[in-house]
Design a protein around this ligand. Structure first.
Ligand code: ZN
Length: 305
């Protein structure tokens, strides 16, 4: 007894961050969700993302260590809408962790409640052969969806760890206050470019475009998940020339050969846009994600004048 108190006392006086509670183990597919979970959970939460921000979130190389992470997870946060269908289901099965199966307490589909675009109006069949069959799964690129995701994560953490409820609510309030401030700044920077047409490589940006009032006029991919083809590339070149589209937005994990050649032929600027936290080290949280992409866009537009 005496010994335990001494150890506790030492831990307290040393200010060790060993809290007197078990941390909530959060595993997310995207780094964006892990970052938001860290903002909300503080030191009550350990968060780990399977897909790094510089990787294509549709196709992640599954590592054996992922199964270990998932086996220990209290909460799994996914984008849903089949974004992770290519790699996640077998990992969940192999983790043998019932808590994180869809429908169970430790599973959170972050798309629920978000503004989801391109929901199908006809029955979806595999023959359609693209990777967005149930609506566009890249919805976290609208900061207002980030707010909804943060609220859902806070609610879920409070459910799983009721003792932390006050902390989660306080951190959520701080997150939302900062998000509101940052949105004013971002909206202000983007306002002069409202209505600007852009071409994007993959259809990753409809929510970003909606929030920041850009118009996505076309994609380098003929269909989501289908690589560029010569005939479609020619169509995009013609489109950019006809509509004087100033920029081509490319996610960091695609081969830049085709968009580069389109840019050279048309004079449009090719920009790397990061869809996720961790895309480059300076994008360390959900706020710096928008800082980075918006600054890239604004700099390119100013250079065009
Ligand atoms: Zn996609």
């Amino acid at each position: 007894m005496k010994k335990i108190s001494a150890v506790l006392f030492a831990a307290l006086t040393l200010g060790l961050s060993a809290p007197a509670f078990a941390k909530v183990n959060v595993v997310s597919t995207l780094q964006d969700f892990a970052s938001i979970a860290e903002s909300i959970g503080g030191n009550r939460v350990d968060a780990f993302a399977l897909a790094k921000g510089y990787q294509d979130p549709h196709f992640v190389d599954a590592k054996p260590s992922f199964i270990v992470r998932l086996s220990r997870a209290d909460l799994l946060v996914v984008a849903g809408l089949e974004l992770e269908i290519g790699y996640l289901p077998p990992l969940i099965d192999q983790s043998r962790n019932d808590k994180i199966h869809a429908g169970n307490a430790g599973y959170l589909d972050a798309s629920v409640g978000c503004d989801i675009l391109q929901r199908p109006t006809t029955q979806v069949t595999r023959a359609m052969g693209d990777v967005h069959p149930y609506g566009n799964p890249h919805y976290w690129t609208d900061p207002e969806n980030g707010r909804i995701i943060a609220r859902a994560i806070a609610r879920k953490l409070s459910e799983l760890d009721p003792a932390g409820k006050a902390v989660y609510e306080k951190n959520l309030a701080a997150f939302e206050t900062k998000l509101t401030e940052k949105e004013k700044e971002w909206d202000g920077k983007m306002a002069p470019y409202a209505g600007t047409k852009v071409v994007t490589f993959h259809d990753s940006w409809p929510n970003f475009a909606k929030h920041f009032k850009l118009v996505v006029a076309g994609h380098v991919e003929p269909k989501p998940g289908i690589p560029p083809s010569p005939s479609h590339t020619l169509e995009i070149i013609n489109l950019i020339q006809a509509q004087k589209i100033p920029v081509i937005i490319v996610e960091p994990y695609f081969d830049s050969k085709t968009p580069k050649s389109i840019a050279e032929k048309t004079g449009a600027a090719m920009l790397t846009f990061y869809p996720s936290v961790g895309g480059v080290p300076e994008i360390k949280d959900y706020f710096s994600l928008f800082d980075k992409d918006i600054d890239t866009f604004v700099a390119a537009m100013k250079a065009k004048k």
